[in-house]
Design a protein around this ligand. Structure first.
Ligand code: AMP
Length: 190
C-alpha cells in the first residue's frame, strides 16, 4: 500500500532470503539454518544483499524488515551512493496479537502476498487466486527466538531513530486499511 501510494520499489529482506533458500543458491545455503532457527542472519550478509539492491534505486525505496540491528542502521546511514532514510515506521503490536497473526499467516506462492487466515481450511489468495502456504519458520519454537532477538537487538532502534527525529510509531493492532490510513495521514502532512 505504501509503495503504491509513493510509487517507490520495496525490498523485504526476509522475502529475498526465503527465495534464496528455496533456490538453494550459495547465499541460500548459508542462511537456511538461521531462518529455520529464527535467528538473525549475520549483519555482513544482509548488508551486502541490501547494498546491492539500494545502489540500483534512483527514486527512493521502502525497506521491510531492515534494519533490524544498530549495526545495520548505522551502516545504512553511510552507504556510498545511497541517501540516508527519511522515515522509520514502527508498527506497535502486542506480543499475544503478533503470535496469533504469525500462526494464521499464509503467503501466496504466486504473488507473495501475505494474508491471515482464521482457521485451517484452504483459501486461495484474495489478490491473484494463487495457492496459500504457511512459512516454514512460522512455528512457535522459531517465533520465540525471533521475538527474543527482536527485543534485544531491534528495540534499541526505536531510540536511535527517535533521537534522529525521524521515527513514526503507529498502532499496528488494527486492520491493514486502518494502519495504512495512519501512515498515510502522516505522509500527507509532509
Ligand atoms: P521476515 O520475513 O522479515 O520475518 O524475516 C525472516 C527471517 O529472515 C528472520 O527470522 C531472519 O532470520 C532473516 N532476516 C530478515 N531480515 C533480516 C535482517 N534485517 N537482519 C537479520 N536477519 C534478517
Amino acid at each position: 500500500m505504501i509503495t503504491e501510494l509513493l510509487g517507490i520499489p520495496n525490498l523485504g529482506t526476509g522475502n529475498i532470503l526465503r527465495k534464496e533458500v528455496e533456490s538453494q543458491t550459495d547465499l541460500g545455503k548459508q542462511v537456511e539454518g538461521y531462518l529455520t532457527r529464527g535467528e538473525y542472519v549475520p549483519d555482513a550478509l544482509i548488508l551486502e544483499m541490501v547494498r546491492g539492491w539500494l545502489v540500483e534505486q534512483a527514486d527512493g525505496w521502502l525497506l521491510d524488515g531492515f534494519p533490524r540491528t544498530l549495526a545495520q542502521a548505522e551502516a545504512l546511514e553511510d552507504l556510498n551512493g545511497v541517501e540516508a532514510p527519511t522515515l522509520a515506521i514502527a508498527l506497535d503490536v502486542g506480543r499475544e496479537e503478533i503470535e496469533k497473526r504469525m500462526m494464521g499467516r499464509r503467503e501466496c506462492e504466486d504473488c507473495g502476498n501475505t494474508v491471515t487466515v482464521k482457521d485451517e481450511k484452504f483459501l486461495d489468495c484474495p489478490h491473484c487466486g494463487g495457492a496459500l502456504r504457511k512459512r516454514s519458520d512460522d512455528v512457535l519454537e522459531s517465533f520465540k527466538v525471533r521475538f527474543a532477538n527482536y527485543e534485544e537487538l531491534t528495540l534499541p532502534l526505536f531510540d536511535y531513530y527517535e533521537a534522529k527525529g525521524n521515527l513514526l510509531r503507529v498502532n499496528g493492532s488494527f486492520l491493514p486499511d486502518a494502519v495504512f490510513q495512519s501512515i498515510k495521514n502522516h505522509l500527507d502532512k509532509g
